[in-house]
Design a binder for this molecule. Structure first.
Ligand code: ZN
Length: 182
């Protein structure tokens, strides 16, 4: 996995594509951050003995695009009032949830991501994996390895995510209004 902090940063960056009202809503932010981290709920199963490579193992079903779609539909229900708002929020929350697997697929350890589970249980990585895989558990971050992971995520993920978030925000800014007629 990439660290949960980095998944939350991805949520923050992608959320900039959302509507101004959503960005002022606590509900939206809670939904976005939870969506970005939720795929790693599978570590609970791992602790209970579910094998890593199983359908519901770590980086399995909860990292799939189908899971992202289901989570997005549920989370979007809590946001926009009109159907069209819910639909737009759902698309954004799908992208945020799916970004979790995308970031994990850039890491250099563990098994790949079951993007197409349960239809295809094969695990996938990107051909280029510059990000140091994060350890499971908070205590492991207080070690030299943890520091190396954070440094690697800062270089390869935080920078590009910050740039993407800034670009999305800038694109959304209203253009300056035309000069008033005399
Ligand atoms: Zn993960």
């Amino acid at each position: 996995m990439a660290s949960l902090l980095t998944h939350a940063i991805a949520a923050g960056a992608l959320a900039q594509a959302g509507r101004e009202e959503w960005l002022k809503s606590g509900k939206f932010w809670v939904a976005a951050v939870v969506c970005s981290m939720l795929p790693d709920a599978d570590v609970i199963g791992m602790r209970m003995g579910v094998p890593y490579g199983a359908l519901c193992g770590h980086r399995g079903l909860t990292h799939s695009l189908l899971f992202a779609a289901i989570v997005a539909v549920i989370a979007a229900g809590a946001i926009g009032e009109k159907a069209v708002e819910r639909w737009k929020a759902g698309v954004l929350l799908f992208c945020i949830t799916a970004s979790h697997g995308v970031l994990d697929a850039l890491t250099n350890g563990g098994l790949g991501i079951a993007f197409f589970s349960p239809f295809d249980v094969q695990r996938y990585f990107f051909p280029w994996r510059p990000v140091e895989v994060a350890p499971i558990g908070l205590r492991a971050f207080l070690t030299v390895r943890g520091a190396r992971v954070i440094w690697s995520e800062m270089v390869w993920l935080w920078g590009p995510l910050l740039a993407a978030g800034t670009a999305l925000r800038w694109r959304r800014k209203p253009k300056s209004s035309p000069p008033a007629a005399d």
